[in-house]
Ligand binder design. Sequence first.
Ligand SMILES: [Fe+2]
Ligand SMILES: [Fe+2]
Length: 173
Amino acid sequence: MARDILATLKDEHEKLRKLFEEMKSTTDRAVKTRADLLEEIEANLIPHAKWEEKVFYPAFKERADRDGLQTHAEALAEHHAVEQTVIPEVHAAEPGTPDFAGRTKVFGEFIDHHAKEEEKTMFKMAREMFSAEERAQMDEEYEQWKASPDAERMVQAEKAKAVAKSSAGAMRQ
Ligand SMILES: [Fe+2]
Ligand SMILES: [Fe+2]
């Protein structure tokens, strides 16, 4: 079967859903497991989200009609909410606490909602907008980018930002 960026992004959503399920089944005593799972979630989510923002969403926007533009705006607003609020709140909690359990649960719910909207609406539109060749090409470029130092730098920068925001928030409380 030919490669397809939409299939790849969907597989990555699945992977994230599984990781959040694992997180939900941990207890407050599983401090190390929770910290490791959060690391893994971020290592999977950040390249995915950043590449969508840098490459996929702009390409989608360029060809979108009125409904597509609204879908694009919704998706971007959800990315921002997760980046600005949801992730910093997770980082402001200690992994061995009910706070952490509650906030990672909300994090997972946001991601699941967002992924569903992408799959049901945005990717459906994108299948009409981009030819099979274009989708295969994008998939290849995404794979190359993920393996690049640029992607690694971006993950580190985003994590640092989340930690900085969480401590700024803690000081205000
Ligand atoms: Fe997204
Ligand atoms: Fe996505």
